[in-house]
Design a protein around this ligand. Structure first.
Ligand code: TMP
Ligand code: MG
Length: 304
């Protein structure tokens, strides 16, 4: 665990870092004055709502945990990962060039999923077997938002169908206030993947107006368990934002929103010594050491 010199409240967990407490207090007061009906929450999925380490192993992203029932195709997608991921995290590639590379990666990876065959059963099994777990406190987090009628958009460059299967398998109930904005699969009537819906979301365009892609959550029989409506109308008129992410790029998730106040929470999962200073400046609140969502739940209580 990293010792943190910046703890403003001695009663607070040493895993919480607040760069500018006065600024945060002002934002909290402004949101409280506007009321909960003004609030929307935008959260990244992988390593933000889910844990970085799961039972001693590195947690898997939605793309990574998917096994499409053909070891050949799983290997081909892994080879793409080995080739493109170092480019994703490279600070040396200019953003325009990197955007093209990421488009190519996502395009090839999704094409392999279609070409190699994938059905809904593969998704269920992959999620069941995958190394993935929600952060502690997730149920309290979802419940307080639901109780207050605060919409939660889960915004991810991963796979919507996997995220929704994880929600179904790991939670005891459905939450009508949640929408998933992510890459969504299109299946034929036999449950075989035939393509993807709409524009691809990759790590560098998570900031565009992708909200239109948010579709209702479906249960296993394909019935909507949440009401219809796209992401944009879902959060319409909500002028205050609580944003949760684990990468600096996740701060762009609210770029399509015209907001009055935004409180951002950053989960700093790796390389803490090198990144803490940058995260402290970029996010209002930084959570270290794969910490739980308790502080975020507490914050929402304080906004009421
Ligand atoms: P995000 O969920 O934080 O928005 O990022 C998605 C991650 O998915 C990104 O870091 C790269 C990863 N990824 C894979 O692991 N395999 C793939 O085939 C693709 C296209 C992406
Ligand atoms: Mg993430």
């Amino acid at each position: 665990n990293v010792k943190c010199p910046n703890v403003v409240n001695p009663k607070m967990s040493p895993n919480i870092v607040i760069g500018n407490p006065d600024e945060l207090a002002k934002k909290k007061a402004a949101i409280r004055a506007a009321g909960m009906s003004s609030l929307q929450v935008i959260a990244d999925f992988d390593m933000t709502l889910t844990k970085y380490m799961v039972e001693g192993r590195r947690g898997q992203s939605t793309h990574a945990l998917l096994s499409q029932g053909s070891s050949d195709y799983d290997r081909k997608r892994q080879e793409l990962f080995d080739f493109y991921y170092p480019m994703e995290i490279s600070p040396l590639i200019p953003v325009e060039e990197k955007t093209k590379l990421m488009e190519t990666w996502w395009g090839k990876s999704h094409a392999l999923l279609v070409e190699g065959g994938l059905n809904i059963e593969n998704i269920r099994k992959s999620v069941h077997k995958g190394t993935v777990g929600f952060r502690e406190g997730i149920t309290d987090f979802f419940e307080i938002l639901d109780g207050e009628n605060v919409p939660l958009l889960i915004f991810s460059a991963g796979l919507a169908d996997i995220i929704e299967e994880i929600l179904r398998q790991k939670l005891h109930r459905a939450f009508p206030n949640i929408r998933v904005v992510s890459n969504r699969m299109n299946f034929d009537t036999d449950g075989n993947l035939i393509g993807f819906v709409g524009k691809t979301i990759h790590v560098l365009n998570k900031n565009e107006h992708a909200l239109e892609m948010a579709a209702p959550l479906h249960d296993e029989e394909g019935h909507a368990v949440a009401s219809n409506g796209n992401g944009a109308s879902f959060v319409k008129g909500k002028k205050n934002v609580l944003l949760l992410g684990d990468h600096l790029g996740d701060l762009g998730m609210s770029d399509g929103v015209v907001y009055d106040n935004r409180i951002s929470v950053g989960f700093l999962n790796e390389n803490v010594e090198n990144w803490l200073d940058t995260y402290r400046k970029a996010f209002d609140i930084v959570i270290l050491n794969d910490g739980p969502l308790d502080y975020v739940v507490e914050l929402i209580h304080e906004l009421r």
